[in-house]
Write a protein that binds this ligand. Sequence first.
Ligand SMILES: [Zn+2]
Length: 159
Amino acid sequence: MDIRIGQGYDVHAFVPGRALWLGGVQIPSEVGLDGHSDADVLLHAVCDALLGALALGDIGHLFPNTDNTWKGADSKKLLAICHERVASLGYQVINLDCTLLLEAPKIMPYSVQIRETIAAILGIGPSQVSLKATTGEKLGFVGRKEGACALAIALLKKV
Ligand SMILES: [Zn+2]
């Protein structure tokens, strides 16, 4: 069996006056993440994990922030495009494991919705999408609530 693994990492800064999107779900918050697109840090890490698994470059290469096409883009659309690339090469996601690092707000109440949203885009079941969250223990940029960080690992198989 042809199996490939990929990892993704992303960071965005918190700013007032922006909606907070995490894993394709809008989460009530006084601050949102800053970026060219909707700045969904979790979906961006997932995109990079998929692209990385097949050595297809990275999200910045595919959707440059100099291209106005992607200004304010819904990252669910970006993930769907990355998934199309993977599927067109004959690969399917076996499982995805994600970690979100942010001090606030608490995202676990939205965990099921986020996992279902990501799974639907990837054409897999929510049991194949893991989401964990942790704080920065008040250390570093995460701990100071300056930004959020996401990590994702994807395992793919050729079908
Ligand atoms: Zn990003």
